[in-house]
Design a protein around this ligand. Structure first.
Ligand code: FMN
Length: 314
């Protein structure tokens, strides 16, 4: 086997593209597909620390994974140091390889309550949280950040330095502020600044849409790896450095069936089919026959009703 691309403390990472955590999308079926095509590690969707402490079963379900997904990163969010530490200790028992703290979620329900990107408003609190976490946990602890709350409070360099000084083993940086949500372009120059500030590995994130973008982001920022979110939905082949147009119709049809089968195995027929649909529309968008297949998917009562159409999509 080749040498690792980088280490998250003592966890070797083979490869330099990683599926981004995406609530509602980066579940076990989709993560498994991306991991098999080259995503170098698996991040769970973010999970609320307070909910974990209240033992909400649906949240623990989001932390199920398969051995083939390792290294597996459990991502949690919360506003309170004690809650984050307690929740992290509890989920460490489920044997993740890494635990990650979300400091990027812009949703008002999260950020306005001091969690997610809300933490960026208080860098010294981030320092305390990471000092406690890295002291309490056996697994490496990592953080995913944005550039700051808004353009007038960019603090990515400060936050990155504080994370590294308090034991973080990797930083993923989405090159936008909280205020931007997904507007404008991701600022790759700012990602480069984080890379220059710390010596722990950095995953650059934001607007990587093609294999050429992967190469360009690595060259322009000096990041150790590239995290890909939206462009991977319906296009997991990006982790095999393949252009979307290079994927043959037969491969696409096979993947649709594989994804649907995994989703149904994991969630059961009804919920599995439902969750698969949001991926399916992305797999097919822009290709001939997409409108017809989209209508068949929407009208289908059950998975077997669309198997023929999925196969015919080839
Ligand atoms: C639907 C959706 C859900 C997301 N959920 C999460 C999440 O649970 N945790 C997280 O850290 N980021 C989350 N993100 C942000 C992504 O991880 C990533 O930072 C962002 O999409 C920018 O990368 P991209 O341009 O490659 O999509 C989410 C993004 C989307 C579009």
């Amino acid at each position: 086997m080749n040498a690792p691309s980088f280490y998250v403390r003592d966890v070797p990472i083979y490869g330099n593209t990683v599926l981004a955590p995406m609530s509602g999308y980066s579940d076990l079926p989709f993560r498994s597909i991306c991991r098999s095509l080259g995503s170098a590690m698996s991040y769970t969707e973010f999970v609320a620390a307070p909910g974990l402490l209240r033992n909400i079963p649906s949240l623990y379900r989001k932390l199920l994974f398969t051995p083939a997904e390792r290294p597996i990163v459990f991502q949690i969010y919360g506003a309170r140091e004690d809650e984050l530490v307690e929740a992290a200790l509890r989920i460490q028992e489920l044997q993740p390889d890494i635990i990650d703290i979300n400091m990027g979620c812009w949703s008002p329900a999260v950020a306005d309550n001091g969690a997610g990107a809300g933490l960026l408003c208080d860098p010294s609190k981030i320092g305390h949280i990471f000092a406690r976490l890295t002291q309490a946990l056996e697994v490496p602890v990592t953080g995913k950040i944005r550039l700051g709350w808004d353009d007038s409070s960019l603090n990515h360099r400060l936050v990155a330095r504080i994370l590294a000084e308090n034991g973080a083993s990797l930083i993923a940086v989405h090159g936008r502020t909280k205020a931007q949500a997904y507007k404008g372009n991701a600022n790759w120059q700012a990602i480069a600044e984080v890379c220059q500030t710390v010596s722990i590995p950095v995953l650059g994130n934001g607007d990587v849409k093609s294999p050429a973008d992967i190469t360009r982001m690595m060259a322009e920022t000096g990041c150790q790896g590239v995290m890909i979110g939206r462009a991977a939905i319906g296009n997991p082949w990006i982790f095999a450095h393949k252009e979307r147009e290079q994927v043959t119709p037969a491969e696409r049809a096979e993947m649709l069936i594989r994804h649907m089968t995994l989703a149904i195995e994991y969630y059961g027929a009804e919920l599995g089919f439902d969750l698969f649909q949001r991926h399916a529309t992305k797999y097919i968008s822009g290709f001939a026959g997409a409108a017809h297949l989209r209508a068949s998917l929407a009208n289908a009562k059950n998975p077997s009703g669309v198997l023929y159409e999925l196969t015919a999509f080839a």
